[in-house]
Write a protein that binds this ligand. Structure first.
Ligand code: ADP
Length: 575
């Protein structure tokens, strides 16, 4: 039963432990997913923010340039060539980022510019068929920007045309050439694109900037992309339409493996130009950041699992040892029960034996009394014989009433009804008294009784009952001393609160395993018919009851064939 209980406990504990570990792993895995989602979301938002920053950076940079150009073009004292020379030089030096500044008069001829080496003076737009933007600015009457094209020095640049008026008369245009690289270097260099790349395309899809691939600028981005997937084409389409958004696509990386990428794109709207900036990050880069969070979480899960295992094993051990203790306890109690049962059985046997012995003891004197009485009734006998008969009857009556007294006493002791008087007793007196009473029996058996007293101790006890203790102990000592000529000795020894009294004989002795039983009621070492001496087996039980009832104790020391010493204690009389 205990075995199966223990197994049951272990199964429950293991189940609970697994449940805990399962929950930890499940929650851990779930939160990992959530963390990844949240992180990706946050990362894309951050990416969009970066794209917006680039977009507004470019716009701001260009606006600043145009405002400065419009100030020069709208000046009252505009038009003279030397004015433009000075203004252009000042602007070129103050506001960094211009490639060249030129003034083209109303006939379409470059008449002034800075730096001089980039100014083809006398170059006529109409003659060279380069007059479209000039015409457009003239007809619009406002600033006009051409799509990025190459300069004479083969650099991708944009051309800003600002019309010049004198009153209402058109007097030509101020033309500023700004290299794309100049813009991106100033605006994008602050953005750390180590994780991915940044690119800018115009509304026709021309690649104006690519942080990873500067050589490809100026080409159409659709053409140079290596097998773009549908998602990418869609995103680029959105970009050329000037829309804002985010998305993901797959692209071959430098190891020629398909890699998922996240992109955020934001338009750069400026005058008649619509460009779009895209910020791209490879998903594995984001995952690698999340992985460090995973690692921490995994460590946490392992530690938690370890703790769960540790505590459940601890609980299991406690349970097991608790069970073992319970088992031991039950085993001990079962043993105790078995012992008490055996004792009870033995007591019952003793009681039965006692009953038959009591009947026998009661019957023997009755038979003697009956025979003597009948003899007295029938026979005509002389006075001497009559006296003898009557003495015999009286002795037997005494023997019987002693037996009945013993039975009554033991029942009083057991029910706690025995009353003890507290008298001051001179031990010498009472011992002498007892010796005197037992002397005839001792002499008859050829035994001498002597006493060896420590001063004349006085004790607190019930006199009659104490006399009975001495008489009984002496009676036993005489009864169980078979060799004639032996001595029985009574000795006293005073302690602090007690007096120890010993009755010492050199009789048959008691074997060790009988010694603690002789104080049980009805117990006799030899209760068979071979027993030569009489007795009920109550004597020592009554003595023990009397001694303990007065706060003392009794013990025996004995060796078979050597003799016995019964020692008991009595409380000293204190004045
Ligand atoms: P009983 O009436 O049979 O003497 P007790 O209770 O006085 O009963 O004694 C119990 C048993 O203890 C006796 O039957 C006897 O076997 C043993 N006994 C008691 N006193 C002595 C003694 N002085 N020497 C040896 N055996 C003794």
């Amino acid at each position: 039963m205990f075995f199966s209980n223990r197994r049951y406990n272990i199964i429950i504990i293991t189940f609970i432990a697994l449940l805990f570990i399962g929950s930890v792993v499940f929650l851990g895995a779930r939160s990992n997913l959530e963390v990844q989602e949240i992180f990706e979301e946050q990362y894309t938002e951050q990416q969009t923010l970066n794209a917006k920053q680039i977009s507004s950076g470019v716009t701001e940079f260009l606006n600043e340039k145009v405002v400065a150009l419009e100030v020069i073009a709208g000046a009252e004292n505009g038009v003279p060539d030397d004015f433009y020379m000075r203004s252009f030089k000042a602007l070129y030096e103050r506001s960094q980022g211009f490639y060249a500044l030129q003034y083209i008069d109303e006939s379409g001829t470059i008449v002034s510019g800075y730096p001089e080496d980039r100014t083809p003076l006398g170059y006529n737009l109409y003659e060279n068929n380069m007059d479209q933007a000039f015409q457009k600015t003239k007809s619009m009457g406002s600033t006009y920007i051409t799509n990025p094209t190459y300069t004479f020095e083969d650099e991708l640049a944009m051309y800003v045309w600002v019309p010049v008026y004198s009153g209402n008369d058109f007097r030509g245009t101020v033309l500023a050439i700004i290299r794309i690289e100049e813009i991106t270097e100033r605006v994008i260099q602050s953005y750390d694109s180590s994780a991915g790349y940044v690119y800018i395309i115009d509304e026709k899809g021309k690649l104006l900037y690519h942080s990873d691939n500067p050589k490809e600028t100026g080409k159409n981005y659709f053409d140079i992309l290596n097998e773009p997937d549908q998602d990418r084409l869609y995103i680029l389409g959105e970009q050329t339409e000037g829309k804002e958004g985010m998305g993901d696509f797959e692209e071959l990386n430098e190891n020629n493996e398909l890699e998922e990428k996240l992109v955020s794109y934001v338009p750069i709207k400026w005058y008649n130009q619509v460009w779009s900036v895209g910020v791209v990050t490879p998903v594995p880069f984001i995952t690698s950041i999340v992985r460090s969070i995973y690692l921490k979480q995994a460590t946490f899960m392992i530690i938690t699992t370890f703790f769960i295992l540790f505590f459940t094993s601890l609980i299991s051990l406690i349970f097991l040892s608790w069970n073992r203790k319970l088992e031991e306890e039950v085993h001990k109690k079962t043993e105790q029960l078995k012992n008490s049962n055996q004792r009870l059985q033995k007591l019952n046997r003793v009681k039965n034996e006692f009953l038959s012995m009591v009947s026998h003891e009661l019957k023997t004197p009755l038979t003697a009394m009956r025979t003597s009485s009948e003899f007295l009734r029938e026979e005509d006998c002389d006075k001497e014989t009559q006296k003898e008969m009557l003495d015999l009857i009286i002795r037997n009556i005494d023997r019987q009433s002693r037996m009945v007294d013993d039975l009554l006493d033991i029942s009083r002791i057991e029910s706690g009804r025995m009353v003890f008087k507290e008298e001051q007793i001179n031990l010498k007196e009472i011992i002498d008294n007892a010796i005197q009473m037992m002397e005839p029996m001792a002499t008859k058996n050829g035994i001498n009784i002597e006493s060896e007293l420590d001063n004349e101790p006085r004790v607190k006890a019930d006199k009659d009952k104490l006399l009975r203790v001495f008489v009984n102990l002496l009676n036993n000592a005489i009864k169980f001393t078979t060799n004639k000529g032996e001595n029985i000795k009574i000795k006293t020894e005073e302690n602090r609160d007690f007096v120890e009294i010993s009755v010492i004989d050199r009789g048959i002795g008691i074997s060790e395993n009988e010694q603690d039983k002789i104080f049980d009621k009805f117990y006799q070492v030899d209760n068979t018919s071979r027993r030569k001496v009489g007795g009920s087996g109550l004597g020592l039980a009554i003595i023990k009851g009397i001694i303990e009832g007065q706060g003392g104790s009794i013990r025996v020391k004995s060796e078979p064939g050597v003799g016995s010493t019964f020692t008991f204690t009595l409380r000293k009389w204190e004045e």
